[in-house]
Design a binder for this molecule. Sequence first.
Ligand code: WT7
Length: 641
Amino acid sequence: MAEETEIRTYDPPEEFVRQANVKDASVYDEAEKDYEGFWEERARQLHWFKEWDQVLKWDPPEAQWFVGGKLNVAYNCLDYQVEQGRGDKAALVWESDEPGEGKSYTYSELTAEVSKFANVLKGLGVKKGEPVAIYLPMIPELPIAMLACARIGAPHSVVFGAFSADSLRDRINDCEAKVLVTADEAPRGGRKTPLKKNADEALADTPSIENTVVVRRTGEDVDFTEGRDNWYDELMQEADAECPAEEVDSEDILYILYSSGSTGKPKGIVHTSGGYLTHVKATTSWVLDVKDSDVYWCTADVGWVTGHSYLVYGPLSNGATSLIYEGTPSYPEADRFWDIIERHGVNILYTAPTVIRAFMKGGTEDLEKHDLTSLRLLGTVGEPINPRAWEWYHENVGGGRCPIVDTWWQTETGGIMISPLPGITATKPGMATLPFPGISAGLFDEEGNEIEGPSDSGNLVVKRPWPGMLRTLYKDPARYKETYWEKYGDVYFAGDGARRDEDGYYLITGRVDDVMNISGHRISTAEVESALVGHQAVAESAVIGRQDEDTGQAIVAYVILEGDREGSDELIQELNQQVRRTIGAHARPKEIIFTPDLPKTRSGKIMRRILRGVAEGEQDLGDTSTLADPSVVDDLKAARQ
Ligand code: WT7
């Protein structure tokens, strides 16, 4: 997003520095001298049943961290917190879709609930190492189910509640879960998604599933299959509140989380236990500056990695109070977020640029109705934040006194990789700034050479292993190697473009592959294309992400129709429905353009650059001489009128 703003530098405010969890810049040098030692020190902040024999075993592209160590992630997030005197402290505070409704759990209560549900899972025959699928609204039962899996060493696979039945089915079949945890319905912004109905559709074709556990969220009548479906509350009533935490290996799988790649098939990103928890615990403390006395709010859905790392595992392993909100930013009124911050006394807010831009449009009136002085630190994640939105956030939400941490990372990285340390780093609006201590980032050019010093562009890489990194793609180690570790040899290829300034600060410009980023949600062009061609009227389709001032990128679909079919508003609606059914509502195109042809090279490759140029209304589309038929460009421009 080109904006003519002069980039100012913001030093960490003195008042913030005084209380910051880290304030001595020597942490960077120390970590640089011995990065394994640095991470080892962070790992020591966790509870281990048995210490590791070796910090890192790196056999590219395979990494093992804290080799031989034994721990339990749920024990660290629960029992260990109780042991440190946090038994009566709120662990989770839940705010429902309706203002003021909700409940909270102390660390002791949460430990008991998780233990009970761990026993429920055991009772359904789930064993250590066997994946459990979870498809739930943003309710406390979601972290409870995840932690229960962690407690017995069963990997969880959480599927975001907006995903369709088809997406749920594919994810269940890929990991062959025996149990699905779901709910009757998911309320959000005053509307309800029929989760159980979607699940029933998915389960028609998931041979591995033996049982479901259904949370009664709204009490709506749902179909129930005897012998397969079970009510959560009924099983919990009979469950024992004692369940010893299983000792798991540092490298045992904690979870699988599916994310979009460059092809139509989502990747099952695998995270393990010891290294992952070390990374998210350390970054929650150092970057998000979470303290015992804080109410911390990460607004991301637990169905995405941000929710996994920074709503559940990071804050709970630090003994924090983590707020979980079921609804949308503007229901029932446009000031809902600010109302929540005021009522709960939120100290740290971690949200997405899209949300900030949406509020910015509405002006400051809604903010002014509320007292936001409890806020101490602001964070953003998921997509580039334009300097204007950054400044607006800083001034109006943070009252000019709160540092902003713009955190770059990915589902694959597990935790924050590039970000300011708020008590140390001077920030520049729009820049994610510096790699976290111990992390080594870099830029490479297309020819495979590393770029030194400041640069206007480059492909972002990570040059050595880090504890939270993905270990593989579930059941697809070849794709793991090829996607991340082949382009530049033994460095991690992130798939993002970036700039680096004279201070070594990074500015992430966005994806360099066929992955789109819509409101911080990752969707691949190939997935949407394959959904569209699933409609009988569609012969071919090409999908691109174009810049959008609200959602960062917006999906534009170019569609060639079969034979004599003609485009119409009804067909546009049908195609939208088709995408919603195959992937989920969040993947619906913003614009569908019917076209007789697509810009292809003589070898048949679609030139997406041209599609993007047309969608963004650019007059000059650059070199079109390599097109098989350059007249296509005029047709495309005409089709967009
Ligand atoms: C992609 C990862 C990180 C958790 C949420 C998304 C983009 C992420 C930033 C940032 C610019 C960012 C990148 C990245 N991204 N954070 N601070 N500035 N871009 O996780 O779904 O795995 O998506 O989000 O393009 O590759 P994800």
